[in-house]
Design a protein around this ligand. Structure first.
Ligand code: SF4
Ligand code: SF4
Length: 352
């Protein structure tokens, strides 16, 4: 895409109809809890958008976050929006390597000082930084600090960048930390998930670019529009939970009947994310719909919180110990866990 082409012109070139584009904007506006009237405004702004410089740094990570955003069924409007973004530097996706790659980063930083969006996936080693995860001889720590200086805002995508994630799991040999543990003077939006949902990443970027603002964030720096509800709040198996109908194994009659997966370790009651509504693979399904409980991957330290296959009522997960006292039935504890999580969320948002 030539640098002077707008997204609107690009869509015409790609044969995407205005109707399809408006539909996408309407669903984005709805996802972002914006009034329907904003859809047209968003479409107008997005259509006029010229290439936004984006620098994407990948640190201690597994490439799952990048896979998530690039392995969408193509062509999608989301991918077109990414075509419209000038991804000036991305370790994994760029053709250049070595000195040429570093030159691309430095050039993008210089040409777009104060205006580029910095996306980070992966956590940052804060111990022995010169040895762990260096790129072109530059430590992750130094590269983050250097690149953050001229950024308009930072998107920490994935649980690793948002909270430290799996590299931070006990015993955390590299002293892994989140981006927000290091950078204190820039707006940071956390989009956790292991990996995060592509639509959520696109939605947040669209919000920043079209409205020029940072979306409302919760106490963990996550956009409330995508992380305002627990999986449990919106789960289609919830009626079974409320009736006390639980699958006891992955191949019993309850599992075949689609009953609640709480007793098989589902962490949906304490996990904030939009998997149950946005879903994955272009809205096809999400883990619970495929028969597996939620792992809680968009919550901090999910890897160290206890077994994925033990119910919340065992008290292993998060604040479960407090909730476990004196309560015997799993469903009751689940309500307690969900209630405690909700209280934490309400407190963070001033009770709104
Ligand atoms: S958050 Fe998950 S998918 Fe993303 S880099 Fe970390 S381990 Fe990989
Ligand atoms: S416990 Fe899990 S499977 Fe059951 S209703 Fe809640 S989110 Fe859905």
């Amino acid at each position: 895409m030539p640098d002077n082409m707008t997204l609107g012109e690009k869509l015409v070139q790609q044969g995407i109809s205005r109707r399809t584009f408006l539909k996408f904007c309407a669903s984005m506006a709805s996802l972002m809890a914006l009034p329907p009237s904003m859809a047209a405004e968003m479409a107008e702004k997005l259509a006029k958008l010229r290439r936004q410089s984006v620098i994407w740094l990948s640190f201690q990570e597994c490439t799952g976050c990048t896979e998530s955003i690039t392995r969408s069924h193509s062509p999608t409007i989301e991918s077109l929006i990414f075509d419209a973004i000038s991804l000036d530097y991305h370790h994994t996706l760029m053709a250049a390597s070595g000195t040429a790659a570093e030159h691309a980063r430095e050039q993008a930083m210089k040409e777009n000082a104060g205006k580029y969006l910095l996306v980070v996936d992966g956590s940052v080693p804060a111990k022995d930084t010169e040895y762990y995860s260096t790129i072109a001889g530059i430590s992750n720590y130094d590269m983050l600090v250097d690149t953050a200086k001229g950024a308009m805002a930072i998107l920490s995508v994935g649980t690793c960048a948002a909270y430290g994630g799996i590299p931070k799991a006990n015993p955390n040999p590299t002293g892994a930390v989140a981006v927000s543990d290091i950078i204190k003077d820039k707006p940071i939006i956390n989009i956790p998930g292991c990996p995060p949902i592509a639509t959520v990443m696109t939605g947040v970027i669209a919000h920043v670019l079209t409205l020029g603002t940072i979306p409302d964030l919760d106490e963990l720096g996550r956009p409330k529009v995508f992380f305002g509800d627990t999986i449990h709040d919106r789960c289609y198996r919830r009626p079974f939970y409320d009736q006390g109908k639980f699958a006891k194994s992955f191949d019993d009659e309850g599992a075949r009947n689609g009953w609640c997966l709480y007793e098989l370790g589902c962490k949906g009651p304490t996990t904030y994310n939009s998997c149950a509504t946005t879903k994955w693979n272009g809205g096809v399904s999400f883990p619970i719909e495929s028969g597996h409980g939620c792992l809680g991957c968009s919550e901090p330290d999910f890897w160290d919180k206890g077994s994925f296959y033990k119910p919340l009522s065992t008290g292993e997960w998060g604040g479960g110990q407090i909730l476990a006292a004196g309560v015997a039935a799993g469903a009751v504890i689940g309500v307690g866990a969900a209630f405690a999580a909700r209280k934490r969320q309400d407190k963070a948002s001033g009770g709104k």
